[in-house]
Design a protein around this ligand. Sequence first.
Ligand SMILES: Cc1cc2nc3c(=O)[nH]c(=O)nc-3n(C[C@H](O)[C@H](O)[C@H](O)COP(=O)(O)OP(=O)(O)OC[C@H]3O[C@@H](n4cnc5c(N)ncnc54)[C@H](O)[C@@H]3O)c2cc1C
Length: 536
Amino acid sequence: MDTKTKDTEVLIIGAGPTGLVMACHLLRYGVKFRLIDKQKDRAQESRAFAIQAKSMEIFQNLDIAKEFLKLAHSNVDFAFFINGKQQIEVKFKHFKHQDTPFPSVYFLPQTETERILNEFLERKGVYIERQKELITFIQDSQGVRANIKNNITENIEKITCDYIVGCDGAHSSTRHVLKLSFEGNAYSQIFNLVDATIEWPYSRNKFLFFLGKEGVFVHIPLTEKISRVMLAKRLNDAEGKFSIPYVTELESLASLLTQVPVKFINPIWMSTFRLHHRGVNRYYQNRAFLAGDAAHIHSPVGGQGMNTGIQDSTNLAWKLALVLKQDATVNLLDTYETERHPIGKILLKTTDQFFSLLTAPGFLISKLRNWLLPLLIKFLFSKRNLEKHLFWFISQLNIHYDKNQFNYEIIDKAYSNFKGGICPGHRAPNAPANTSDLFTFLAEKPFNILCFKIREERVNNSIEKINGLIKNYKAWLQVHVFVLSSANKLLFKRYGVTSSAIYVIRPDGYVGFRINSENYSVLADYLKNFFQIKFE
Ligand SMILES: Cc1cc2nc3c(=O)[nH]c(=O)nc-3n(C[C@H](O)[C@H](O)[C@H](O)COP(=O)(O)OP(=O)(O)OC[C@H]3O[C@@H](n4cnc5c(N)ncnc54)[C@H](O)[C@@H]3O)c2cc1C
């Protein structure tokens, strides 16, 4: 394939949340890309409703978190009912967890999330090429050539690029072209979804979960007036085939499940669907990558779907950028598979287990569930530590990657070891730092070298030495020095620093490297992993 004069570096297929976040990152890294979508307009259905803390941290890094905070509901209380009787109420403020600026779940319709991301791109002069559909593509060692159909003119345009990223959702054409399997199953329950103003005796501002012998009912506040309601009848009662119900039928079902009168006023979206849980067998093949729903779909339990796609893109974008700038070799791209695929598998397993626990039919199972679940929830929220773990799990802050060539630590036996702190492959937490907070520093450049010093001596010398190491990579890397002081005490504690130390934080907010001394030659060895082509 003659791809010497390629049309672009990265071709992104699909402008859902995964594709939009991929575009935002590539823009920041100065990568040339095109973003196409087969639809004429943005989807109008609210779909995903929960933005998790890790996604908010990513948005903060892109400088758009404020826009989400302005619109999203947070600190939404949660109550759990069995057979119409409230079992427990949990205040979301319990989740207050200090090492993130976003200690909550943020409720916002996916349409708004996409709008904010879209407008961010448009402000920077990037526009989605709409009504353009990926039909097929071929790839070789030189690049990718994709056939894109213009859905207005029906013409086929050939786009050549270095890499193609399929963010094209559950029915991904990219995945089909790659002939990758998408194994899993459909759940047998039929779900009904209504976005409407709800009239009932309960609050519109709470996340309410009703479990009963007839089925499941979930109420989520989307905006001040509009609620998302999901209802499912148990399998033994369901007909097992689709029929779109009338609003009045859904109101009757809602009343049956909640045991109170329910009215849906002016529904703006109603849908009936069967949920699937499926995962792809590989996240990439040579120059073609899959991200988001194209790689994994699962039940909406825990509001993880969209957030996982956002993190897929965040993991992949900087790796593509480094390779495209010829600052790193292509083996960095393998870590997209080794880091993100296991996360996708765990997500499918846990959401499937939890979903099955909630929906499995059968008299005995339902008796056991109705007895066990309230106890479990009460237990979880009675223990500060468990509550913290639950938040960590839902918020995706607990996601971590295995040690590999790009995530490792060196322990210098001549100095005192880290006292806990953050292992390579784990998320870098926030903390007050100097006169600001650490995340403010991390937003400046993609990679950040944190140099911790117990005493304020030879600070300039440290900066000079590290700056010397990274002089060819100033666009990528920045060094920050933190001296132990009352302002930085918590930072040192969170990072487990007991003697001088160096951490390297990757562009996606994960720790890549740490050493418990100021050994610059070991730091240089680590950086050569990423920047091995031109590193001096
Ligand atoms: C009915 C419903 C309810 C949901 N509710 C929730 C929820 O409550 N919570 C939650 O977390 N998740 C929910 N989800 C899932 C969530 O919406 C997805 O996880 C999220 O949209 C995934 O984003 P994505 O960008 O990967 O894919 P998508 O949002 O599906 O975007 C894919 C994009 O690719 C485009 N495209 C597809 N094929 C091509 C092609 N060949 N060429 C060009 N463009 C193409 C599409 O037009 C689309 O814009 C729900 C999904 C559905 C369908």
